[in-house]
Design a protein around this ligand. Sequence first.
Ligand code: SF4
Length: 469
Amino acid sequence: MARSVHFVSLGCAKNRVDTEVMLGVTGEQGLEVVDDPAAADVIVVNTCGFIGPAKEESIDTVLEMGRYKEDGSCAKLVVTGCLVQRYATDLAAQMPEVDHFLGSSDMLKLGEILRGRGERLMVGNPAEWSMRATDPRRLTQRRHSAYVKIAEGCNRTCSFCAIPAIRGKQRSRPVDDVVREIEWLAAQGVVEANLVSQDTVAYGRDLADRPSLAALVRRIADVPGIRWVRLHYLYPETLSDELLELLAGHPNVLPYVDMPLQHASDELLRRMRRGHGGRRVYATIERLRRALPEMVFRTTFIVGHPGEADGDFAELLDLVRFAEFDHVGVFLYSHEEGTRSGDMTDLVPSRIARARQRQLLSVQRRISRAKLRARIGTEVEVLVDGVDEETELLLEGRWWGQAPEVDGKVHLANGDASAGEFRRALITHAADHELVADLLDANGRRSSPLCDDESDDGGVAAVAAEIEA
Ligand code: SF4
């Protein structure tokens, strides 16, 4: 009988939630979760199958974990998630070392495997499954911040994207079910709820009573204990006035907009089948800036999509310079089978795509640095995440403009605080994506005199020099 399980979670935040559900299933079976794969009877790898590099990482990880089976310490290797959903039969043929494969909607079936049963291939139809508040879940990493999946799947037809084929059409969770999960999370100590799905603005359109995203967000924001509600993956279409009012005025809803724009050129947006042109992108940004003057804007772009000419890329650079986004991710196009873009033949050489990625990131880096430097000397409220990963002499946290894991952090000096606590802090240094700040006490004063002692500053100078380098 298995007694211990080790998990490796790859890919996006949605996959993280799926892993947390499998951790919950493991707990229900009374098994121990261990950090060391060498100490595990069962190893579970939750994979990503979205684009080329993610697929490679997933396969490399499975092969690496397979070594624990070879040396006899691991009795069962289980591979789950999007890569399996997409390539189940091929993987089963090529990876004899894997004992069980579970698809992207089959997390609860891990229980059968842990009880010593279950077939080798258990890949269901994602269209028949959505997460529910009653599913077991065990939070990973921080106990005060959680991702919440408000819907599964996607109804759009973006030409570069394999997600609808992997995860199926959109299935929104009922409002009451999401709120029930948030209430449970708040009872566990969660104060920050990061709402995720593939297409968050489309929330509710597939449900019989068609609840609006704004109605859901209002209910979530009013759950006692929840202080920060953050929305991810808003498709660039008109946001309702009701939602904008919440983003602008509800004390618990952050005016943080995460809107993947993908491109700016009419021709590229047409090829990507985004359903709009560049003018809509500019109009959307301008409307948001008018409605939310304090807005922090995160977006992502794809460079090197088939047919992207120098002129198209120049239009993308123009947009980035115009919009002065706060956070930008730039993905290299990945030629994926089963997608419309995957049938296009006018490919951009990878050396050109990489050069465009570097150039775009470099333009954005200057914008981001200038924006963060303008914050030096100002006070912010930070959510303390815990001991700084770079030096245990400091703490780390985030101000509301920084989403967990993707937007950098604030290194916190001169004071003590607990993970999950909200504190005021004075920003003292800034770099491309990170800040250094002094914690303030309840009276708005620096909590400790360390900041005045250059010779013993608790590691602040070293961290500041590192992030400024
Ligand atoms: S909206 Fe996002 S998940 Fe849906 S098809 Fe487009 S890129 Fe893929």
